[in-house]
Design a protein around this ligand. Structure first.
Ligand SMILES: Nc1ncnc2c1ncn2[C@@H]1O[C@H](COP(=O)(O)OP(=O)(O)OP(=O)(O)O)[C@@H](O)[C@H]1O
Ligand SMILES: [Mg+2]
Length: 242
């Protein structure tokens, strides 16, 4: 469970990028975080992960307040794919990245190996197992970052643009994987078709504030609402309107 209460944030004094953000993501819920470029989606993700200090309001992950002292505990609970997954891999190979967190958190070697092979098979990327992280393509890196958090099996998952840079085949694989996950999930994306396919609820950010929070099927079908916030209907719905 993830709760934000009256969260505000400024990178530069006097220029708030998030204001008075309050929402709770229930256990097992899959929530889409949408909004135009610069709306504040990645900033929300970074605050929940403790990559930025929460200076206004409070963020709780499973009742643990996110802060300097709790960072280790929070990170154990959260798996995340950053918008730029290039910066996320820190071991030489895909395999070494995937085993790092489970082994670090006390999962046995045998269980870790099983998890890794199951995830690689599920994502159809067995051939990437022993490839070097700096010698794979942008989309392959994105797949590797997703594989790494699936192998970690954290309590909650944050994904910032998980389908960016993926070809349609891999995008479909990732969508299916996201939909089937049992964890609490927060997915930020401009890929509204993916959000519609995977999320039951959507939070629409606009200018750092929540413009709407409700069922994905309602918000993503509301052309006037989306257009008022510099967005468009998902492609799969666009043909049925206007
Ligand atoms: N390091 C930074 N320093 C100053 N301002 C920043 C920084 N990072 C982001 N911003 C600003 O904060 C606002 C929110 O940025 P954020 O990255 O959260 O948006 P976003 O919704 O993720 O956008 P996108 O869809 O482009 O990924 C924007 O106005 C952006 O210019
Ligand atoms: Mg972003």
């Amino acid at each position: 469970m993830i709760t934000c209460s009256k969260v505000g944030f400024s990178y530069e004094p006097g220029h708030p990028v998030l204001q008075d953000l309050s929402f709770t993501i229930g256990e097992g819920e899959c929530v889409g975080l949408i909004g135009a470029n610069g709306a504040g989606k990645s900033t929300v993700m970074r605050l929940i992960l403790g990559l930025l200090p929460c200076t206004q309001g409070e963020i709780l992950v499973d009742a643990v307040p996110v802060g300097k002292d709790t960072l280790k505990e929070i990170r154990k609970k959260l798996g995340f794919v950053l918008q730029n997954s290039d910066n996320q891999m820190f071991m030489p190979t895909v395999y070494e990245d995937m085993i790092f967190a489970p082994l670090n958190y006390g999962v046995s070697k045998e269980e870790t190996e099983k998890r890794v092979d199951a995830v690689l098979e599920k994502l159809g990327m067995q051939e990437l197992k022993h490839r070097h992280n700096h010698k794979i393509s942008g989309g392959e890196k994105r797949m590797a970052a997703i594989a790494t958090i699936l192998a970690m099996q954290p309590e909650s998952i944050l994904m910032d643009e998980p389908t960016a840079a993926l070809d349609p085949y891999n995008r479909r694989i990732v969508m299916n994987a996201i939909r089937e996950l049992p964890q609490t999930r927060l997915i930020a994306s401009h890929d509204l078709d993916m959000i519609l396919d995977t999320c039951s609820r959507v939070i629409l950010l606009s200018g750092g504030k929540i413009a709407a929070d409700g069922p994905a099927q309602e918000i993503l079908r509301n052309k006037a609402l989306l257009e008022a916030h510099r967005m468009e209907l998902p492609f799969c719905l666009a043909g049925h309107s206007s």
